[in-house]
Ligand binder design. Structure first.
Ligand SMILES: C[S@@+](CC[C@H](N)C(=O)[O-])C[C@H]1O[C@@H](n2cnc3c(N)ncnc32)[C@H](O)[C@@H]1O
Length: 437
């Protein structure tokens, strides 16, 4: 070996590597490629495409080329640097080139189908499917994508490789929810256990903490079946839900027409669409049912409510589809029975009222009474005995503090009242956070 590569002689070819058959195949493929490039150039001149990846190539081949191409269909499009390729009997496109070298070869060009994958730039129909931001092939490559840190790096990657910001959007709650935890999210985050197995949220509501933590292994649940149906539709049918949400109007007559619909007579997608629509346009984003289980909140009269947030719905869908998130519509007790040692259970029930008029506990036709609070404290204790990490939010009242006196109690500041009276909106230490660790 010479001291420097510049002093080395050209290496002699190892005769074993010579494969005349392969050479012949590549000569033929390169000939076809020449005609494909000619056709692509024509398509570019005629403004059909600006980049070869925007093209789908249609090839009519003579018999002796057919097998050659069909055997290589899985990768030959990369050899031609196009997004899609098909072998056809007839080329019926505006742009077509008859080969001068290969008799019987015609190359046609049309625009590739699907969306551009921001990772590999190839157009593919799997991009955007169920909120997936990249194509199936890239999804396979970036299994690490599930890790939040890599997703942020990936967002930057997209930013620098694309002119526009096709970023990974961090999902956030898709409904405004009474008792939503966004105002004290920092405190909640500071208080979660350092490590745990599964994340379990039996009273998930809008899921403020769920979307903050984005656990990859979780169980979420709520007794509100309209809400849970919406989570499921976002997971499985986000594009159809988005289409349906585009149809809604923000006016009073229309609002009451939609409110009066009976959810049990609607499809799952219509129910989810109605639910999000009512949440965005009703008074204060409240969800309240009368004793017959009928949603009864009046029209909110907002000038420009954001009924449809496509980007977030797709982000939520992507998160739910690509992680192990089990979604239930049961009473919280059944869910707590699923918890095992090492799981982290966050309990955020309807709060015990601070006084008779201040609090809102009636999310559905079932109220959450004093008896329910006592039973919940028993469930808390049984989870503690099992070896789960348990954290619970509730109102800062003597009654609640007495129920959980054997655990750590933290007073938390928040101004999250549904009550409209200004003085009650003032931040006061109205909540407690209770932990067994
Ligand atoms: C305080 S909210 C949860 C808010 C949620 N943490 C958030 O960030 O939006 C309480 C939730 O408990 C649900 N709920 C009430 N009774 C329940 C029960 N018995 N089992 C399960 N969920 C229940 C309500 O539908 C409501 O969504």
């Amino acid at each position: 070996v010479e001291e420097s590569v510049h002093l080395e002689l050209m290496p002699t070819v190892n005769r074993d590597y010579i494969d005349t058959n392969l050479e012949e195949i590549y000569e033929k493929l390169l000939k076809v490629r020449k005609d494909v490039l000619k056709a692509l150039e024509e398509a570019r001149k005629q403004d059909l495409i600006r980049h070869p990846y925007e093209a789908k190539v249609l090839l009519k081949l003579p018999e002796d080329y057919k097998g050659l191409m069909l055997d290589r269909l899985d990768w030959i499009k990369f050899f031609f640097t196009v997004s899609q390729l098909e072998v056809v009997d007839n080329v019926d496109t505006d742009i077509k080139v008859e080969s001068e070298d290969i008799e019987g070869l015609t190359v046609g060009i049309e625009r590739a189908e699907g969306e551009k994958c921001p990772r590999c730039w190839i157009y593919d129909e799997t991009v955007g499917k169920d909120g997936q931001p990249i194509c199936d092939r890239c999804m396979e490559q970036v299994k690490i994508y599930k890790n939040i840190r890599y997703r942020i790096i990936f967002s930057f990657f997209l930013y620098f490789t694309q002119n526009k910001m096709i970023t990974y959007t961090k999902p956030k709650p898709f409904v405004k929810w009474a008792g939503g935890k966004r105002q004290i999210i920092k405190v909640l985050k500071e208080n979660i256990p350092e490590t745990f197995n599964r994340y379990i949220e039996p009273f998930v509501g809008g899921g403020a903490l769920l979307f903050e933590l984005l656990p990859s292994n979780a169980i979420i649940n709520d007794i509100n079946s309209e809400l849970i149906n919406t989570y499921l539709v976002i997971k499985d049918n986000v594009e159809r839900l988005i289409e349906s949400l585009k149809e809604h109007k923000n006016n009073e007559n229309y609002y009451y027409k939609i409110r009066d619909l009976n959810p049990s007579e609607l499809s799952k997608i219509e129910r989810a669409s109605r639910f999000i629509y009512l949440n965005k346009t009703c008074f204060n984003g409240l969800y309240r049912e009368n004793s017959k289980g009928k949603f009864n909140v009046p029209f909110g009269k907002y000038k420009n409510p954001k009924i449809l947030d496509e980007e977030n719905l797709r982000a939520v869908s992507f998160y739910l589809c690509n992680n192990n998130i089990k979604i239930y519509n049961k009473d919280y007790k059944e869910i707590c029975e699923l918890a095992k040692k090492g799981d982290f259970v966050y309990l955020d029930p309807p709060y015990y009222p601070i006084n008779k008029t201040s609090s809102f506990t009636k999310y559905t036709k079932y109220d959450f009474t004093e008896k329910d609070q006592i039973e919940l404290s028993e469930v808390f204790k049984s989870l503690d005995k099992k070896g789960c990490f348990v954290m619970l939010s509730n109102s800062n009242t003597d009654f609640i503090k007495e129920l959980y006196k054997d655990f750590y109690i933290l007073e938390v500041e928040a101004g999250r009242y549904i009550n409209c009276k200004g003085n009650l909106r003032k931040k006061r230490k109205l909540e407690v956070l209770i932990k067994n660790y």
